[in-house]
Design a protein around this ligand. Structure first.
Ligand SMILES: NC(=O)c1ccc[n+]([C@@H]2O[C@H](COP(=O)([O-])OP(=O)(O)OC[C@H]3O[C@@H](n4cnc5c(N)ncnc54)[C@H](OP(=O)(O)O)[C@@H]3O)[C@@H](O)[C@H]2O)c1
Length: 344
């Protein structure tokens, strides 16, 4: 089969100037797949999608990178090979892949052997991928292949952060910082469908507008001076903040959160917060809760919720698989909102 293989990370001085920047490290080449392991099926991919993780790995900013790597955690395709009678019902089926591998038996936290599909295991920026039978799911019928590929990693992370860890209830007020992120848009769509009042922040008026089209009650530019005061004036305080940004704005959430509110953290695009006001934290009885990816039950619940509410993921850019380098550069520039999907 053919796959995109990453042979090294980009040099630290590299800039997102174009797709050629990837030419020395990322190559479309022939790979001999190992025999199908027991309990696995082989899927011919129809669509895959990018996540910030693929870019972090390409830039050498991810723990435990092993080269050569076939990246890609999101995929939708058709099962073409099974090696066990019990898996034969999947042959020929259109499937969605749960990228959480080896979660384990504890709903509260993943096991020590937990991995995400696409490094170290071979991922979905390829013609085929091998995946455990237990990670296969039928595609919700109202989704095209392109839409389905935009569901797994970001949808799962958003579902767990919003519901399993964030305990969102209908009628609550939610803040989502940095709506340009792939997970952030998913949190918006899920929270709106659950009957919450959702507010967002962004550096881009275009993204605020898109968020409102997706059901946000309002939004504010975090690049404007004193945006927290203006946001409080317009929206009041928040029962839940679902954050993947962190960094210098994280301490401000302690002003914006309602007494007894929850701040769920699933990422730290801007790094660690410089300070934390512990007195305000304990006085307001605030919960700070971590969240990563999701368990098999979270994935089932996500698909049930998508099916029930007929949610379609917001895909802004669709490219052919051959344009992976261009797609990575687009993600790096950060101008997009919603998912970038590759059609195979
Ligand atoms: N724990 C997990 O399971 C898990 C899963 C997926 C992702 N993650 C992590 O979560 C983070 C988000 O990932 P992603 O792929 O969804 O999104 P992403 O592509 O990393 O999105 C980054 C967004 O952050 C926003 N941003 C940057 N600086 C900001 C600031 N000072 N204040 C507010 N927003 C700011 C920008 O929003 P605007 O463009 O709107 O300004 C940007 O679009 C990453 O760090 C990723 O590694 C974790």
């Amino acid at each position: 089969m053919y796959a995109w293989r990453l042979h090294a990370s980009l040099p630290k001085t590299a800039q997102p100037t174009g797709d050629k920047v990837w030419a020395d490290v990322l190559k479309w080449e022939k790979v001999d797949p190992p025999p199908l392991p027991s309990g696995y099926v082989r899927v011919k991919l129809r669509s895959s999608a990018l996540n910030r993780r693929d870019l972090w790995i390409g830039l050498g900013l991810y723990p435990g990178i092993r080269y050569p790597a076939i990246l890609g955690s999101d995929g939708c395709g058709e099962v073409v090979e099974v090696n066990h009678e019990s898996a034969s019902k999947w042959k020929g089926q259109r499937v969605l892949l749960n990228p959480s591998l080896n979660w384990g038996n504890d709903e509260r936290v993943q096991s020590d052997s937990y991995e995400i599909l696409g490094m170290p295991s071979w991922g979905t920026f390829a013609e085929f991928v091998d995946i455990p039978v237990s990670n296969l799911h039928p595609v919700p019928e109202h989704l095209s292949d392109t839409e389905a590929a935009a569901v797994p990693l970001a949808g799962l992370t958003a579902y767990r952060a919003t519901f399993t860890q964030g305990h969102l209830q209908s009628g609550e007020k939610v803040l989502i910082p940095g709506i340009g992120g792939g997970v952030a848009v998913w949190v918006l769509q899920l929270a709106v469908a659950a009957g919450a009042e959702v507010w967002v922040t962004s550096s881009s008026p275009h993204k605020l507008e898109k968020a409102q089209q997706l059901g946000a009650a309002g939004g504010i530019l975090y690049t404007q001076a004193d945006w927290t005061t203006e946001l409080s004036r317009r929206a009041g305080s928040f029962h839940l903040i679902v954050d993947g940004v962190g960094g210098e704005f994280f301490p401000l959430y302690q002003q914006l959160i309602a007494p007894g509110g929850r701040i769920v953290v699933y990422g730290a695009t801007r790094g660690n917060p410089p300070t934390l006001d512990l007195r305000r934290l304990f006085w307001k009885q605030v919960y700070i809760i971590g969240s990563t990816m999701g368990s098999p039950s979270d994935f089932h619940a996500l698909l049930r919720f998508i099916q029930e509410k007929k949610i379609k993921p917001f895909v802004e850019t669709t490219l052919p698989l051959s344009a992976l380098p261009e797609a990575l550069t687009q993600l790096w520039r950060g101008t997009q909102i919603g998912k970038i999907v590759l059609n195979h």
